[in-house]
Write a protein that binds this ligand. Structure first.
Ligand code: DAH
Length: 349
């Protein structure tokens, strides 16, 4: 063997070693592969042995070539070892990983009750029209809930059937308000006209809870008092707000003659059915219309009760139920679902 033989054998061995070492998948396989090229009976060991029999002039160069070969193998081994260790580490890390992510999917966010959402929406619409929000107590007296609203003592609305009385003071003088209309009286008693207010809030009637009736529900009341107000102002206001509320230009409003002691003339307010667009369906009982509430021009007797001059001031008022409005908008057919607190219902809206 001479220098050229030794060099070509080492070159061939290095090529083979590259492939073999890179293919080692475990630390043991890597040890074994390395040993094959630099251990006993490896090409490096054999050439080392052969140096003694070579031309003395070649010996240093052959020795250097073997040294360079060993260094190459050591570098390849080191590189592969690092790669395997890295794989091991990431495999171990993956195995020991604790998932601390707080998933956003399973977490339910709370939100306002459907009635509260509708109430705030209505407040926004009316505030946008220049109205202010008024409030009154839920425990009312006879004067504000009935008397000042021109509801005479014998009126059926006062009977024990409808009104939940509270045992305070004189019998049948204190009650849970049966509508939001008393806020009209309280506002006029404490403010001078012109007045433009809406009063949303909770109301109570002596009803048994079933699909269509609830002893607790919500209304919104509107009162405007100014000079020269007419029915056209009332109708126009309602039309504007209904369109805003249903976000639909095609929803129509209908007024039919009705009676309320505190308005004259009075009207029942209905909107064209938002489900069948007036063709007739289950929601509107095939009439094409859905009744929303009552309205009218403030009765002069009411102005007298609060000390306003009925010759000088005119007013319009309307009121309707918020649950009813939500039922119309979403096609909900049982009023009791609003108070049952079933999260499946609450979460849907
Ligand atoms: N208070 C009436 C009710 O509870 C609704 C109502 C009718 C309010 C006519 C009004 C009105 O302001 O003018 O059914």
């Amino acid at each position: 063997m001479n220098l050229a033989d030794a060099q070509s054998r080492l070159d061939a061995a290095l090529q083979e070693a590259r492939a073999t070492i890179d293919a080692a998948e475990t630390m043991d396989a890597l040890d074994e592969a390395t040993r094959r090229f630099v251990g006993k009976r490896s090409p490096a060991a054999e050439i080392n042995e052969a140096i003694k029999g070579m031309d003395p002039a070649d010996r240093p160069a052959v020795g250097q070539a073997v040294g360079a070969f060993k260094a190459e193998i050591a570098a390849l081994e080191e590189e592969r070892r690092a790669a395997l260790a890295g794989d091991d580490e990431s495999a171990a890390a993956e195995h020991e990983r604790l998932d601390l992510t707080l998933g956003t999917h399973g977490v339910r966010h709370g939100h306002l009750h459907l009635v509260t959402q509708i109430q705030r929406e209505l407040e926004d619409i009316f505030v946008g029209l220049g109205y202010r929000i008024a409030e009154g107590p839920e425990v009312e007296d006879d004067w504000h809930n009935f008397e000042a609203l021109n509801i005479p003592p014998a009126h059926p609305a006062r009977s024990m059937q409808d009104t939940i009385y509270v045992r305070l003071g004189t019998e049948e003088q204190v009650m849970l308000r049966t509508h939001t209309s008393p806020v009209q009286i309280r506002t006029m008693e404490t403010h001078e006209p012109p007045i433009y207010v809406v009063a949303p809030g909770r109301t109570y009637r002596n009803e048994t809870l079933d699909a269509r009736h609830s002893p607790v529900f919500h209304q919104i009341e509107c009162l405007a008092v100014d000079r020269n107000l007419t029915l056209a102002d009332l109708f126009g206001t309602i039309e504007v707000f209904v369109r805003e509320l249903f976000d639909d230009e095609s929803v129509r409003t209908r007024f039919r003659s009705d009676f309320f002691p505190y308005t004259e003339p009075s009207a029942e307010l209905a909107v064209s059915c938002v489900f069948c667009r007036g063709d007739g369906c289950r929601v509107c009982s095939h009439s094409g219309w859905i009744e929303l509430g009552g309205c009218g021009m403030v009765d002069p007797n009411v102005f007298v009760a609060v000390g306003y001059d009925p010759e000088e001031w005119q007013g319009y008022a309307f009121g309707f139920g918020l649950e009813r409005l939500a039922m119309i908008r979403y096609g909900i057919d049982e009023i009791r679902t609003f108070v049952e607190n079933d999260v499946r219902f609450l979460a849907r809206y």
